[in-house]
Ligand binder design. Structure first.
Ligand code: NAP
Ligand code: MG
Length: 399
């Protein structure tokens, strides 16, 4: 490989899986230079979270990163790890620095039919990763009163609206977004759709939110409108619909579309799609920055419950497929950017080996209720990775 692959290590069960994938599936077959950053919570705390920023900068510089799931600290975690403070979500920090859009794509396995009969191809979700309720400001009032929304322009002008006059205690929330972020989101969606040749559906609620949601709709129309020729040449169509109508259409569509979602819709709908397509363990995620940097990861978290069993010495059956596909996605992209087809070919062989294991009945517990294959006994976390390693060796030897 010409450029190193930026590697971001993480936490709990996924950290256990991470080193197994690296040691048993990748390093024995590929001479790969890794630029390693330890985003494990302990090390984030030790570096006052500087390691997260360093990792993001490295991805921006090198172009491709692969990331293990990480803990987003809350009050419980602060106690559990004796943290200096409740550090921000690493993914939010990465997204903030890379200014990227997250695309989530399910891994389709022949022997695991989607829960929704209509779905035949992946439905990719693009989640706008800035603002809305994720950067909200909230107040719970102590009694009767009036809430106002005020904008103070840098030019000295002011706009002010009454939110509500309440007779008793209430709750209030202010959210925001920026035209620049919405535009960059629309651009990332257009870029992804053009490269994957996928139609794009965008849904919002501009009938109710005539300013906020309407702004999203207008910017998408502008961005896709300015690429009419390019989209036409690639056979890509853009359409806008009300979010409820889009949800209804998604349930009846065969898939193969990119569904652009506002932040909250993307958060919720990506979990719906993940479970509809099979399991969180079969959902991958890639952050694409407008400048063309890619960061691959599994969509699920650190699988804390399994990790506590693992710590007690009990066997676990944690699905490593999405983490394996994070590695293969990153390696394939590295190979594409570097012009090293052998690296890309290795990534495809590793993916095929993982899918072949599932198709012949070797899979973790989460997939057993979903498959049409006979499964004697679910594989353990380690057992599945061993099986993929054997399958991969067989495939590489046959070449
Ligand atoms: P989670 O790690 O996604 O796991 C939730 C449950 O989903 C698991 O208990 C398990 O169900 C099932 N599951 C998820 N991934 C699985 C896999 N690979 N194989 C088998 N089952 C799987 O979510 P969480 O437990 O709510 O969060 C744990 C930590 O992850 C939190 O600290 C959170 O901050 C972090 N997190 C990180 C990311 C990220 O880095 N991208 C994303 C989300 C959450 P059963 O227990 O029923 O088997
Ligand atoms: Mg979610």
């Amino acid at each position: 490989m010409k450029e190193p692959l930026v590697e971001l290590d993480g936490d709990e069960m996924t950290r256990v899986i991470w080193s197994l994938i690296k040691e048993k599936l990748v390093l024995p077959h590929l001479d790969v230079r890794l630029e390693y950053f330890d985003l494990g919570l302990k090390h984030r705390d030790e570096t006052d979270d500087a390691v997260t920023t360093e990792a993001a900068n490295a991805i921006a510089a090198r172009g491709v990163g692969v990331k293990c799931a990480t803990i987003t600290p809350n009050a419980d975690r602060v106690k559990e790890y004796s943290l200096k403070k409740e550090w921000p979500s690493p993914n939010a920090t990465l997204r903030g620095i890379l200014d990227g859009t997250v695309f989530r794509k399910p891994i389709l396995v022949d022997s695991i039919p989607p829960m929704v009969r209509a779905w035949k191809k992946p439905i990719v979700i693009a989640r706008h990763a800035y603002g809305d309720i994720y950067k909200n400001v909230e107040i719970a009032s102590w009694g009767a009163g009036e809430a106002e929304l005020v904008f103070k322009g840098a030019n000295g002008l002011e706009e002010r609206k009454t939110i509500a006059k309440l007779k008793g205690p209430g709750v209030f929330q202010a959210i925001h977004n920026t035209e620049a972020s919405i535009r960059s989101f629309a651009r990332s969606c257009a870029a992804y759709a053009l490269s994957e040749r996928m139609n794009v559906w965008f849904g919002a609620k501009d009938t109710i939110s005539k300013t906020y949601h309407a702004k999203f709709r207008a910017i998408f129309a502008e961005e896709f409108g300015s690429r009419t020729e390019e989209l036409k040449a690639a056979g890509v169509e853009y359409s806008y619909g009300l979010i409820d109508d889009v949800v209804a259409r998604i349930m009846r569509h065969e898939g193969g579309v990119l569904w652009a979602c506002m932040n909250y819709d993307g958060d919720v709908m990506s979990d719906m799609l993940a479970s509809g397509f099979g399991s969180l363990g079969l959902m991958t995620s890639v952050l694409v920055s407008p400048s063309g940097a890619f960061e691959y990861e599994a969509a699920h978290g650190t699988v804390q419950r399994h990790y506590y069993k693992h710590l007690k010495g009990e066997p676990t059956s944690t699905n490593s497929v999405a983490s394996i596909f994070a590695w293969t996605g990153a390696l394939a992209k590295r190979g594409e950017l570097d012009g090293t087809p052998d690296v890309t070919a290795f990534a495809k062989a590793l993916e095929a080996a993982a899918l072949a294991c599932i198709d012949r009945g070797v899979m973790t517990k989460d997939l057993v209720p979903l498959t049409t294959t006979d499964v004697k006994e679910p594989a353990t976390t380690e057992g599945f990775i061993e099986a993929v390693a054997a399958e991969l060796e067989k495939a590489l030897a046959a070449k």
